[in-house]
Design a protein around this ligand. Sequence first.
Ligand code: SF4
Ligand code: SF4
Length: 363
Amino acid sequence: MLRGEFFLSVFLYYSFTFVIFVVSSFRFFSFSALCLSFMNKFFQLTRMAFAYKRAQPVLKHPPYMFSIEATNICNYKCSFCPQSDPAHAARRTQGQLSTEGMKCFLDRVVESGTSNRNISICLDGEPTINKHLPQFVRLINDYGFSPRFSSNGRLLDQNLAEALISAGPFLASIDFASQPSYFEQVRGREGDFSRILDQLRYLIDQARLNRNIRLEVVDTSVFSGADPEASLRAMTALLADGQTLPSNVKTWSRQFHNFCGHLDSADGDSYKVCPYPWSQFVVTWDGFAVACCRDTAGRTVLGNVFESPVMQIWNSPQYQQFRRSLAQHRPQDVPACRGCDMPYSGRSSRWRLGYITQSLRRR
Ligand code: SF4
Ligand code: SF4
C-alpha cells in the first residue's frame, strides 16, 4: 500500500513537471516557476511523510523546516519559559549569531536541496537583541528565502522597524495579550503592555502601506486560563484601534507546550511518534544542531552546521539513534525529549490535519 502510494506520488510529480515544462514553452514562465516550486514542495513533503510513517532512521529527503537562533539572551524571564529558570543560563554558553555564521548556515541550507523557502530566526532568546537582525533579514532575502522571526516586541521600536523594512520582505510573529495585568505579571515588567501596543500599532500602520511586511500577533493569554476566543477578539480589537486589520496582519492564540518539562503536564495521554526528527533542523547561535524548536537548553546536540553539511548531520549516527528512540516509544532515552509533553499528547488538537497543515504553512 505504502509503496503504491509512493509510486503514485512520483508519477504525479513527473506528470505535473512535464505539463509545466510544456506550459513554460508557451512563455508562462512565472506561472510555471510557481507550479514547479509547489510540486517540489509537494514531493519533499510526500517523501517526508512516508519516511516518518515508516519510522526510517536514514533519510533521503533534506529537512523541511530550518531555523537558526539569533541569540540565547532574552530581556524577559516569562514564567512559562525556561528562561525564567535560574539554572537555564548556565546550560549553554550565551552569545549571538554573527553575519558570517548566518552566511555559513544559508550556504548549508542551499546545499541541502530543500524546497521550502522559509527560514526562521528563532529558538531561545530574543532576536531583536542581536543588532545584526536587519542584516540577517537582508541576507536571507538575498539568498532567495523568506525570513521570519518571533519576538516579544519590546525592542521593536520605530528605528528597528524601519531598518527591518528596508531589509526586504519578512514575517514577524510577536507575542502579546489582551490584558495588561496578565501580560506584565507573566513578563515581569510594568508599563510594557502599552509600550508594545504602541509599537505594534506603528508596525500595523506600516503593514497597511507595505505588503512586504507580514505580521502575526500571538495572544498568550491562554496561559492564564482566559477563554481563547474572547481574549483573541479583545486583543484584535485593541490592535485594530477602530479600523480593520489589513490582510497581511493576522492574530491567533498560542497553544502552549511544556517546554521540554519546564511546565507540568498531564500524563497518560496516548503515545504518538513526534515528527520533528523527520522534518525540523534547528541550529543554535554557535552552530549546534539540536533536537527541535523546543530544545532551547540544547540538551540533545546532533552536530555542528558550521563544521559539517546539513545532510551529513541529518543522517549521522546520533540523528538515526534519536529517530529510533522516538519510533520505539523511548523518548526517555533522548535528553531533550525526556520531559516533553509532545509524545504523550496523542489526543491533543495539535495532531489534527488542520493544525498540521497550518504549522507547515507557517514554517
Ligand atoms: S518566552 Fe520569549 S520573551 Fe519570554 S523569556 Fe522566553 S524567550 Fe524571552
Ligand atoms: S519529543 Fe519533544 S523534545 Fe523531542 S523532538 Fe519531539 S518536540 Fe522535540
